[in-house]
Design a protein around this ligand. Structure first.
Ligand code: TEU
Length: 564
């Protein structure tokens, strides 16, 4: 039965396009190269729009496309109003927008304004002398404090020109902008208007929770040093600044905003997205994808459990309540591949578990974001040595921990193999030709050797592929508004192998069931629930009888059912 959006008008959540949309994240550097340079480009995105349209995608978030020396793959912007040379020209960008508009798709760009590149003109000026008019565009101090950088080492670097230290939460090539300076804010807002005037429909705000700094930079206690990612989000003016961007920029345009609120605990996320506060539309929170990151040694991975996983999801939705909204994702360019992280990427379970996780991603009361290649079940990369890595998150900590003898090399490599951001950044696997059809040149990062087995060409027309399953899920997401707006109820937070929840809106009652184990399970439905019909199942199993009160789940089986 197809439900119309009118039927959910009465529900507490007002329907909007961006809540119903399915977003796809393109990491341009690794998506598709068209000129043999080995680096993905804008023309490559244009070339593949029909592929994304076929999948059912409504909107695309692209990682930074601006001029950059690429210390952190574009998250170090040298010129905010220029296109990264390897990616193409401003004409290419304009064509991307118009080609997307033709296909009724929207573009969300990445806004990196916590910091700039050290090669940005503002910083070049700022570092040149203590009385330069741009000096206060950044933070300068005579002495550093004990703030750590996200990429290892201190968050302060001494600049020889003036002998002072400047602040950088990320790499030393990424100095933090001084948001307390109203001129900085005005310049940034003008830049945002420039892109909105071009027809951009969305902003993903990079590390938005760290815009406001703690006045006078007091030393952190040892406990604060351990929790530095959260401490960095405690600047006193943060929400004032976000409200100001909303008032001066967002509210003047038809734009959707998604904040990367890294470091903010799930329970606090509502402060950013409660529509009455007029800040952002939705938030990316990280408790879920980072649930297995070791607190003290962040490069390491711990075991995780399904009850922990579902508790975080439960809290996420609970916190959003009727006034907030979230972006939902299980992987992105900063995290391992979802099938290798939360599924099972061994050949016998890769397809089944990739589909199971797709069911999870596309049935939450939050806007789903699919990271490129996730719709194919692309996996982590088999890294062997430190030379295999490009990620400054790995190379920075290698210097900090291994080269100083604090952590043995093999221990560090073993962990980084799972946690490195490079896992998600290997080139997209289009087909089984050389370099997986990504480029005719030498790819900037090695292609995963499993590309002959895992690639788009093989999956697009195969009804049993991960791609086809995602396509069906996306279609269901579009047809059944209850999957977007219905209430969410986890049926048993403690069950350690079956993740089951209902999505209910009046008489529209759905059950989502996912077996997180590689063994069969007989699952009696709790709470007197019984099945009215099957909406979709991720793999063949014994057919479900009408009014069934239990399900026999195959390994990594997942499904959506109508309930009586
Ligand atoms: O990430 C913010 C962030 O704090 C982490 O996800 C970070 O990547 C991780 O701790 C490093 O291991 C954003 C971007 O998504 C990321 O790619 C950039 O590197 C970072 O900001 C700096 O701009």
């Amino acid at each position: 039965m197809i439900q119309s959006v009118d039927q959910i008008q009465k529900s507490s959540q007002l329907p909007t396009w961006w809540k119903q949309a399915v977003f796809y994240q393109v990491y341009p550097r690794s998506f598709k190269n068209t000129n043999g340079s080995g680096v993905g480009d804008i023309n490559g995105i244009i070339e593949k729009l029909d592929y994304l349209k076929q999948l059912g995608i409504d909107a695309i978030w692209i990682n930074p496309h601006y001029d950059s020396p690429n210390t952190d793959n574009g998250y170090d912007i040298r010129n905010y109003e220029k296109i990264m040379e390897e990616y193409g020209t401003m004409e290419d960008f304009d064509r991307l927008i118009s080609e997307m508009q033709k296909r009724n798709m929207r573009l969300m760009v990445d806004v990196v304004i916590n910091h700039s590149s050290d090669q940005h003109e503002w910083f070049v000026q700022s570092r040149s002398s203590k009385d330069n008019p741009y000096r206060d565009y950044y933070f300068w101090r005579d002495e550093p404090n004990n703030y750590p950088s996200f990429f290892g080492g201190s968050a302060w670097t001494k600049d020889d020109t003036t002998g002072q230290y400047y602040l950088h939460y990320f790499a030393k090539e990424q100095p933090d902008l001084n948001w307390d300076n109203p001129k900085v804010r005005e310049d940034l807002y003008n830049m945002l208007r420039f892109w909105l005037d071009k027809g951009v429909s969305g902003f993903r705000l990079d590390t938005v929770a760290t815009f406001s700094k703690i006045p006078n930079f007091p030393e952190f206690t040892p406990e604060q040093v351990l929790n530095f990612d959260e401490e960095y989000t405690k600047g006193p003016h943060l929400h004032q600044y976000i409200r100001e961007i909303n008032e001066k920029v967002f509210s003047e345009y038809d734009v959707v905003t998604a904040g990367e609120i890294f470091g903010v605990p799930t329970e606090e996320s509502i402060k950013f997205t409660d529509h009455r506060r007029k800040e952002l539309n939705m938030a990316f929170t990280f408790d879920l994808v980072r649930l297995d990151v070791d607190h003290a040694e962040k490069w390491r991975r711990k075991d995780w459990t399904l009850p922990h996983f579902r508790k975080i999801i439960h809290d996420l939705h609970q916190t959003a309540g009727e006034h907030g909204w979230n972006a939902f994702f299980l992987d992105n360019h900063d995290n391992p591949r979802v099938v290798s992280h939360f599924g099972d990427d061994r050949p016998e379970w890769r397809v089944a578990s990739a589909k199971a996780l797709g069911t999870v991603i596309l049935t939450q009361p939050a806007t789903p974001f699919i990271y490129q290649g996730t719709e194919l079940g692309m996996t982590n990369y088999p890294f062997q040595t430190i030379e295999d890595f490009d990620d400054i998150g790995v190379t920075g900590f290698w210097k900090d921990l291994v080269e100083t003898g604090k952590v043995p090399a093999d221990k560090f490599l073993e962990a980084s193999k799972y946690t490195s951001r490079d896992n998600a950044r290997t080139p997209f696997q289009w087909d089984d030709t050389e370099n997986a059809g990504f480029t005719t040149g030498t790819p900037w990062l090695k292609v995963n050797p499993n590309y002959k087995e895992i690639n788009a060409a093989r999956q697009v027309n195969d009804p049993d592929s991960v791609f086809s399953y995602y396509k069906s899920l996306i279609q269901l997401r579009h047809e059944i508004p209850t999957l977007t707006y219905g209430s969410y109820h986890d049926l048993d937070l403690n069950h350690d192998s079956v993740y089951a929840y209902t999505r209910i809106d009046g008489d529209y009652k759905y059950l989502v069931v996912v077996n997180f184990k590689d063994s069969e399970i007989d699952y009696p439905l709790p709470e007197d629930l019984s099945i009215a019909s099957t909406v979709i199942e991720s793999s063949a199993q014994k057919s479900v009888q009408n009014n069934a009160t239990s399900l026999q789940l195959a390994p990594w089986q997942s499904g959506i059912y109508r309930l009586n």
